[in-house]
Each structure stands twice: as structure tokens, then as C-alpha cells.
Unconditional design. Structure first.
Length: 744
């Protein structure tokens, strides 16, 4: 394996001289350039002679234990300004260092890292840097196979293709495209030449007040089996090539992460598009303001419905951006639906990658959707097949928790993303074994004709975290419904009778490893359940989300389509449960939420937090600096805002709930928490005082036989419920290693 698998600078720049070269301060001309591009030199710097000491060495572009691609941006802090010799694995690399933005610091892009452990040293201080291939993986475990390359199908901004893969890991050469906005135009088009600008190039004014040609540099390449892109204003006709020390002059020092949406079909493919176009719509506005933007096909749940891979991709993508352009003041993430899930999941599990998130059509995580869907799926089967005449439609809906039958069915049908069997016939709208057309039919699992094929489920695609069944190798499932009293709330409200309640819970059954209906209830794998929490596949809000603004800016629907309000309240209550308050969470509801207003307020909030250099806890900084005007509320129209704390209710008990009522889900009706974060409940003996109705002696006997081990005790944490392990690893990185699926 090559020691250096990616170059971002000319190879000649990596060579080392035989004699010792000391890092020294630049000439006055160079200083002017450095100041102009943002790496200012404090006037206290200067060569003061012997006696200064190195206080600290740290990486700026990523964690030192998970560097990728052979280079890393490093800062060295001294107790006073002085020359210092810096070595990498014993070789002098001092010439790579420049004055930093703060007094007594040096910053350098260290290149030529070996794969594995490296030692960077200055005086008596040293830092171990562990470098991984740009191909990955770093923390997401061994490559899951099969995997379909799609670089040949990925369209570049000039209309050409990225090109065929150069190896089995779906790598492709990096391409740089320049595009521009013509005067009066609404879309970016290819720049004819990098030597001179066309006469019709439009001008744009950045957030810093700088007016520049609207010319965008777009870089496209591969990392970690995904296809990444970053985009930023840069005029190649008048500016040098970007580096962390000569960033594009129009960059406002802010960075935006983007993500796609979806999930079903998001397995075994590289992706032929990003899921979100970073060059159009709102992103075009952000580029014109001077923002940098980055994205990866594997941050798109429709390509890869794997939260750990998305975190790894974001980690590597942000690292590469910083090593190309420099350190941003702050990084935001936005997204809707699956993009909201990725913003939240990465923000919580990998603290520090994002400084704030703006989300819409939100869910707490990818797992919440099929887990609730599975409960609804079992109910639908019971009511349509097992006992089709035993309940009225209104009674069925009362047991489901949803607004109506359509809302319930749409939610239930989302469990198709954990069903590997093709062609299953079920309730209207159900689709099992969802595949992207890029995956050949011959590779696909079939329980009869191709038992060795790839299984199209979240559990199998994410089996490095869930674990694998010993014999079959199938991904383990956390779905468990032991002890759940389906319809308990409907029973206690009088919507259903004791007989119906007992019939339902006796006949509800479960699913097997192929998601076939079975008579017995489902037992989730205890190890998989624990790792759900540790890996952040259950977003508990106790990690990075505790210390950044979480702005849920809207959308409303509780009628159909499964983007329901209770998911948003699940996020909020998980934050409250983990952190004691929800001061960093804002919820706006409605179909007419003004996104520009939300965006402006989020930036105001994050800017104030970043300006606070006090030593108070980060969570308190976020709470303290929330703009006074930024309160919970709803938007009946784009011009009407009702400011009030948002609550979960289908009753017209507040102004917002009157306009935007919310419903729940089957497990909530069964007594579970709205957080939907207990996958296997602890059990307790049946207590007749828990029921608002009376059972006769025969019914009591029957109730005991239905739940011989007891019923769910929702006052206790779930079985194996634990907090997230931030910056977790599932291999090959040994740091924060949670689980190694390859271990015996």
C-alpha cells in the first residue's frame, strides 16, 4: 500500500531538504498577503531568541487519531514568539509553518503522513497523528459488500462525467470546475477560461461587504467510497490557488454542510448524485454570500441509510475543506427529512463538526421511523387479517395513535425498509425490499432463489453497528415488543372493551428475521439494542446536540406521508431528558415558515455563542445567547406568527394546537414515552390499579397468561439503554472502539 495516497499540493512541495530548516516569519511583503487572506500576524510576534517553550501541539482540521489522506492542518502554541524546529517522523517540516491568527501560534499544513501512526514534534512536545487512507474506512467498520461504483454516472458542473472508477473501491481522479453566474441569469454555467473573465459575469456582495465576480470553484472527487463536492467563490483569473494560508478572498469564513434525504433503497451503492444540488436554489444564495459548502453522496440517506457512515463522511469532508481553504469561524448544517436526521445525528454523535443546525420535516433518527412503523404494521395485519371484524375503524385508529387510518397506514408502510423479502403483498402502499435500480437483480436477496444475496434493510446495511447473526450473517434487529400492551390508552379511555384489548394483545404476534408475520412476539437482540444507543443510531441528544442550537423550523402534516409532528416532539423530549432543559431547542410549526428569517436568527445565535470566550459550560452559552426574539411558535401564514411554547396535543388547548394539532403512535398509546427511545422495555408484574377499567376473574387469568413475564414498566430505562459514545468507532480506529463486527 502506498504511504501517501492523496496529494493536494505539488509533489515537489513534499520533499525534505537534508539540512535543518527552521520555521521563520515571512517577509513584510508576505505578511501583507497573509494578513489579507485571514492568517493575521499579531505585532507581538518576532524572533526573541532562546528561552521560549512549546506549550501545545494540536490538529485543526480533524482529530489527531483519525486523520485522512496524508495531510493535516496543525497549530503549535508557544509561550512567546520564537523560531522552532518541527519534525515529522524525524524529518524537518518547519518550512510548512506560518504565523497563526492568535498570538504565539504557528499553523502548518503537514503533508507526507505515513499510513498509521506518525509523530510530529517540536522541542519537548510531540503529538501522535494517526493517518488513514482517503478511501476509508476510519470508524465505520469494514466495507460492506457488495458495493456498486457510480463515478461513471456522476455529472460534473460542466456536463461531463466524473469518469470510470480507477479501482475496486470506486475511486476517481479529482476534478476542479469553474462556473459563473451570468448577468441577469439564475443558474451557474461553465467558465470559458480560467485566464480571463467573460464580459457578462455577474457581481455579488458577500456578508463581509466585498463585491466580487460570481465565479465558483467546484471540486469533485472520491473519499470513503463516496463522491464528495465542495464549492466556494474563487476567481482563478486574479487569485492564487487556494490554500489554508491563501484562501479565496470572497470566503466569509463560514461553512455549510448539506445532506440528501430519504432512506429506502439507501444501501450498497455509491450514488450517482448528491441528493441536494449545492449550486442551485438557497445554496446559490449562500455561495453568493461567500459561504463554503461541502457534501458527499454517502451523506445522502437515499444512497446510504447509515448514520455512522454519514458521520465519517462529514468528518472527512470537513477535514479536506479545512486543509484546502482554512479553518471556518463556524459550521452549520441544514436539511429536511433525511437531511434533518443527518444534521441531528452527526451533530450529536460527532460533537464539534457542527455549531448549529436548521432542520425541517424532522425525525429524531432513521431508526424511529421503521420501529414505529413495525408496531403499526403488526396492528394493520391484526386488524385486516387476524381479526378483521373485531374492531371498528375508529377503534383501530384509537389503538394506532395516529390521526386517521391513512396516517397510520403510511407510517406502518415505512417498515418496508427493514423487510428483505421482495414482492410482499400487504396493506395498500406497502413496498418491501426496496432497491436502487443500480444494484443488479442477481445480487439481491431472495429467501428462495438467492439466500446468499444482499439484504435490502437498514439492519443489514448497518450490520457493522447492529452486529451479524452467527450462522446467516444477517444484520441483527433491535425490534422487540415483549410486554407491550397495545391499545392500553384506548382501553383506559373507553374506546375499546376489555375483550378487544385482550384479543388484540393475544393475537398481535411479531415478525421473524425475514419480517414474516409470526404468532409469537418479537425479541430484539440485546447486543444490537445496546449498540443502537452507543453508536448514536438512537439520537439521545446528550452528545453534541446538547451544546449547539437546534432550530426546528417547520413543515406541518399529520394526515398522511409519515412526516408527523410527534417525531419533532420526540427530539425535544430527548433533549430535555438528557440535558434537563430545552433552552437550545426552538420549534416553529406551520406550512408557511419563513426560512430566510429562521436562517438569519440561527446565524445571529451562533455568532453570539462564538463571541463568548468565557469558561461557562457550552450548553449554558447556547442558552444564554439565544436571541430574545427567537421563541417557540407557529406560522398560520408567512406574515402571522403566534409566539407560544409548542406542546403535543390533538386538542385545541392552545392557539397553535388549534391550527396544528398533533397525534402520536402505537407505542405511546401502549404507555410508552413520546421520546420513542425504549426499544426493549423492562418488565413489571401486572398491577390492576394501572387500568381505568375492571377485569372479571376470567379476564384477569387471561391477562396473566398473555403477559406471563409481566408488562412494560415505562418508568424505568429500557433494557441496555445507555448514552451515546461520542466519536465512536467500529473499526479500524481503536480509539473509542464500541464494537468490532469481525471479532470472534
Amino acid at each position: 500500500m502506498k504511504l501517501l495516497d492523496r496529494f493536494r499540493v505539488a509533489p515537489s512541495a513534499l520533499s525534505l531538504t537534508a539540512h535543518s530548516v527552521r520555521a521563520s516569519w515571512p517577509s513584510s511583503k508576505m505578511l501583507t498577503t497573509v494578513l489579507a487572506v485571514g492568517f493575521a500576524v499579531c505585532t507581538t510576534f518576532g524572533i526573541t531568541g532562546a528561552g521560549a517553550s512549546v506549550l501545545d501541539i494540536k490538529t485543526l482540521s480533524t482529530h489527531a487519531d483519525r486523520v485522512s489522506g496524508g495531510d493535516v492542518l496543525v497549530q503549535i502554541t508557544l509561550d512567546q514568539s520564537q523560531t522552532v524546529t518541527v519534525t515529522l517522523n524525524g524529518n524537518d517540516v518547519s518550512s510548512a509553518f506560518h504565523p497563526g491568527t492568535t498570538p504565539n501560534t504557528l499553523v502548518g499544513l503537514v503533508t507526507g503522513l505515513n499510513l498509521g501512526r506518525n509523530t510530529l514534534a517540536a522541542q519537548d512536545k510531540s503529538l501522535v497523528i494517526t493517518n488513514y487512507s482517503i478511501k476509508g474506512p476510519i470508524v465505520s467498520g469494514p466495507y460492506v459488500q457488495p458495493f456498486i461504483c457510480q463515478t461513471q454516472d456522476f455529472t460534473l458542473p460542466d456536463g461531463s462525467k466524473l469518469g470510470p472508477p480507477t479501482d475496486v473501491d470506486c475511486s476517481a481522479p479529482t476534478k476542479i470546475n469553474y462556473i459563473y453566474l451570468p448577468t441577469g441569469g439564475s443558474a451557474l454555467i461553465p467558465l470559458p477560461s480560467t485566464s480571463s473573465l467573460p464580459a457578462n459575469v455577474a457581481m455579488t456582495t458577500t456578508l463581509a461587504g466585498l463585491t466580487v465576480p460570481f465565479v465558483v470553484r467546484v471540486e469533485t472527487g472520491t473519499m470513503d467510497r463516496g463522491i464528495y463536492q465542495n464549492a466556494i467563490l474563487h476567481d482563478p483569473t486574479s487569485e492564487p490557488a487556494p490554500t489554508p494560508f491563501t484562501p479565496p478572498k470572497a470566503w466569509n469564513k463560514r461553512l455549510l454542510a448539506q445532506h440528501g434525504a430519504g432512506c429506502p433503497g439507501g444501501w450498497y451503492i455509491q450514488g450517482a448524485s448528491e441528493g441536494v444540488n449545492i449550486l442551485t436554489g438557497t445554496n446559490l444564495t449562500r455561495l453568493g454570500e461567500g459561504w463554503g459548502i461541502f457534501i458527499n453522496t454517502m451523506q445522502n440517506p437515499s444512497t446510504s441509510c447509515n448514520a455512522t457512515v454519514a458521520g465519517e463522511q462529514t468528518m472527512m469532508g470537513k477535514e479536506h475543506f479545512i486543509e484546502t481553504f482554512g479553518v471556518p469561524i463556524y459550521t452549520l448544517s441544514t436539511g429536511s427529512s433525511g437531511g434533518a436526521i443527518t444534521s441531528e445525528g452527526v451533530g450529536n454523535t460527532f460533537p464539534g463538526l457542527f455549531d448549529g443546525i436548521l432542520i425541517a420535516a424532522a425525525f429524531p433518527d432513521t431508526l424511529a421511523i421503521p420501529m414505529s412503523g413495525a408496531d403499526g404494521h403488526l396492528l394493520a395485519h391484526y386488524f385486516t387479517v387476524t381479526n378483521p371484524a373485531g374492531f371498528t375503524v375508529d377503534q383501530q385508529v384509537a389503538v394506532s395513535g395516529y390521526k386517521g387510518q391513512q396516517a397510520w397506514y403510511d407510517a406502518a408502510n415505512q417498515s418496508g425498509r427493514i423487510d428483505p423479502v421482495p414482492g410482499r403483498v400487504d396493506i395498500p402502499g406497502y413496498s418491501s425490499a426496496v432497491w436502487n435500480s443500480a444494484v443488479p437483480v442477481a445480487m439481491r436477496y431472495d429467501p428462495v432463489t438467492n439466500v446468499g444475496g444482499a439484504r435490502p434493510t437498514m439492519f443489514d446495511w448497518v450490520r457493522n453497528m447492529y452486529g451479524r447473526a452467527p450462522v446467516t450473517g444477517f444484520g441483527l434487529s433491535p425490534f422487540d415488543n415483549i410486554g407491550i400492551q397495545y391499545g392500553l390508552g384506548a382501553l383506559n379511555s373507553g374506546a375499546i372493551t376489555t375483550t378487544q384489548f385482550l384479543d388484540l394483545n393475544q393475537g398481535i404476534g411479531g415478525v421473524d428475521r425475514d419480517y414474516n408475520y409470526v404468532v409469537n412476539r418479537s425479541v430484539g437482540d440485546a447486543g444490537a439494542i445496546k449498540r443502537v444507543y452507543q453508536a448514536g443510531l438512537n439520537n439521545d441528544g446528550s452528545g453534541g446536540l446538547a451544546n449547539i442550537p437546534v432550530f426546528d423550523m417547520g413543515s406541518y402534516n399529520d394526515t398522511s406521508g409519515y412526516h408527523y409532528q410527534w417525531y419533532r416532539f420526540a427530539i425535544r423530549e430527548r433533549l430535555r431528558q438528557s440535558n434537563g432543559d430545552i433552552g437550545n431547542h426552538v420549534m416553529w410549526r406551520g406550512s408557511s415558515v419563513p426560512q430566510p428569517k429562521a436562517w438569519a436568527l440561527l446565524n445571529m445565535w451562533v455568532t453570539a455563542i462564538k463571541a463568548d470566550q468565557s469558561n461557562i459550560p457550552e450548553h449554558q452559552k447556547v442558552v444564554n445567547h439565544r436571541p430574545p426574539t427567537l421563541v417557540d411558535g407557529c406560522w398560520p401564514s408567512t406574515s402571522q406568527f403566534v409566539g407560544e411554547t409548542q406542546t403535543l396535543s390533538s386538542l385545541p388547548n392552545t392557539a397553535c394546537n388549534t391550527v396544528y394539532p398533533s397525534w402520536t403512535n402505537p407505542r405511546f398509546v401502549a404507555g410508552g414515552p413520546i421520546q420513542a427511545n425504549i426499544y426493549k422495555c423492562q418488565l413489571k408484574p401486572i398491577n390492576l390499579a394501572d387500568y381505568s377499567v375492571s377485569f372479571n376473574p376470567a379476564e384477569i387469568t387471561r391477562l396473566m397468561s398473555i403477559f406471563p413475564g409481566g408488562v412494560c414498566d415505562w418508568t424505568k430505562p429500557g433494557v441496555n439503554q445507555t448514552g451515546v459514545v461520542t466519536w465512536p468507532s467500529f473499526g479500524p480506529s481503536p480509539d473509542n472502539l464500541v464494537f468490532d463486527v469481525t471479532a470472534p
